[in-house]
Design a protein around this ligand. Structure first.
Ligand code: NAG
Ligand code: NAG
Ligand code: NAG
Ligand code: FE2
Length: 429
């Protein structure tokens, strides 16, 4: 297969593919039922549940799990199954939400760990089976799987199966996880639903509107459950909030922004973003990507004109543009849409590609209506469930592809090769 040399050629191919797509319009199946994943009947209350791992710094991993009854925050781990050469201790917390009290949330950072290596781990005390995860490679190639607005429906299950089959290294989630909407046991169900994947590969998430969970006068603090359950490595990236942070993996600098916390010029998040962008060394991390929840570019009728789209874009788009961010991924709109390189509404060869990938499986997706005609900056748009794959091949090229849930089979329905600005002399870094 020949490799397209220029962006122009890629666009021609893609526009042609887009036209073909219209001719064979996909009739998407109807919504599917919500799921609730319970702990097995009669399970011991010390059984570890909702295990997930996330990257911390260059060579560490945070392991998080919940038990209904007390067990120590201690992980035993090693590279040989059943033989745990290392152990580490961490912390235990819990939170309350009106009449709900969470189980014990265990948080242990383990490492240093070798790259591209399978580690086996189990928990001290109680009845713990063995789990395993694989660390990401030290350098390219690396495969990210990306899907926002995951929720927990029968469609989510299908999306997770397809992601699991993709042999990805790191999962990125641009907001809207459990859709608990203040009903806290739904968070526990979500933790159990994603555990088979999230215990095996790092899951890096940012928050969406469904993580806020404010009950006026009763529980006015936002993000209580999200922050307690999904501790991301914000401390290591100089951030003071779990709602925005960055991390580096295999030559990629990933920035997770918070669409539902202050983003105005001068705000803590804004100042942190400025300083984080200054720290990026494109000779070390040629790729620079950003995740937000509410998309800054969107031609669906859903979620138009929201402050998190309009004002956050107004505040931060210039910073990302000047830093030559390669791709901005968003969720929120329950559909897939890919834009060309765009800045300030216009085509700009030195601007990021914007991609909406809010199609993980939530029930209450958009009505499926798009604004007509399709804007020139929008290359491909479709209201179907699915997930994306961002495969960074080397310091110059990455392949983006979108995989639609075609009933229960994953079908690659859009793809494009991207070149990083770090290897493109025409856009001064
Ligand atoms: C973890 O805590 C246990 C119990 O207090 C202790 O025996 C063990 O030495 C600690 N492990 C590490 C690595 O500090
Ligand atoms: C908490 O309150 C909700 C709403 O009134 C109720 O549905 C739920 O069963 C209660 N949960 C507990 C643990 O008491
Ligand atoms: C990067 O990968 C692409 C696609 O396989 C290949 O054409 C290109 O030569 C590679 N570039 C480098 C610098 O290795
Ligand atoms: Fe959302």
């Amino acid at each position: 297969m020949s490799f397209p040399e220029s962006w122009f050629l890629v666009m021609v191919v893609v526009i042609f593919a887009g036209a073909m797509e219209v001719a064979h319009a996909y009739n998407r199946p109807p919504p599917r039922e919500n799921l609730f994943v319970s702990l097995a009947e009669g399970a011991d209350p010390t059984t570890p549940q909702q295990i997930h791992v996330s990257l911390v710094g260059e060579d560490r991993m945070r392991v998080s799990w919940i038990t209904d009854e007390h067990t120590p925050a201690m992980v035993n781990y090693g590279t040989v199954s059943g033989k745990y050469e290392h152990s580490a201790n961490g912390t235990i917390s819990s939170y309350e939400y009106t009449n709900y009290t969470s189980g014990e949330i265990h948080d242990v950072v383990i490492g240093p760990l070798d790259a591209n290596t399978v580690y086996y781990y189990c928990f001290a005390g109680g009845l713990s089976p063995e789990y395993s995860f694989k660390t990401p490679p030290a350098q390219f190639p690396i495969k990210f799987a990306i899907s926002g607005d995951l929720g927990q429906t029968e469609w989510t299950k299908t999306t997770l199966e397809h992601i699991s089959q993709s042999n990805y290294d790191v999962f990125l989630l641009p907001g809207d996880l459990a859709y608990a909407n203040t009903v806290q046991p739904i968070w526990d169900s979500f933790g159990r639903l994603v555990e088979p994947l999230a215990s095996q590969r790092p899951w890096m998430v940012t928050q969406g509107n469904h993580e806020m969970e404010i009950t006026p006068a009763i529980h006015p603090t936002p993000f209580t459950s999200y922050n307690a359950r999904w501790h991301m490595p914000f401390e290591e990236s100089g951030s003071t909030s779990n709602l925005y942070y960055s991390f580096e993996v295999s030559g990629v600098h990933v920035i997770m922004l918070g669409s539902y916390t202050d983003f105005a010029p001068g705000s803590d998040q804004y100042q942190w973003l400025q300083s984080d962008l200054k720290k990026v060394d494109r000779s070390k991390t040629p790729w620079l990507i950003v995740l937000i929840h509410a998309p800054w570019y969107n031609s669906n009728v859903d979620h138009q004109g929201e402050t998190q789209s309009v004002d956050m874009k107004k505040s931060m788009e210039g910073l990302l543009y000047k830093a030559r961010v390669d791709v901005v991924f968003a969720g929120h709109v329950h559909a897939y849409e890919r834009f060309i390189r765009v800045y300030n509404q216009n085509t700009d060869d030195c601007a990021p590609v914007h991609i909406t990938i809010g199609d993980g499986g939530n029930f209450g997706r958009s009505a499926g209506k798009y604004k007509e005609p399709q804007p020139i900056i929008s290359v491909f748009r479709e209201v179907s469930f699915g997930h994306g794959r961002f495969e960074v091949v080397n310091s110059s090229y990455a392949k983006w592809s979108w995989h639609r849930n075609d009933d229960d089979i994953s079908v690659e329905s859009d793809s494009v090769w991207l070149k990083t600005f770090a290897s493109d002399p025409s856009c001064k870094l």
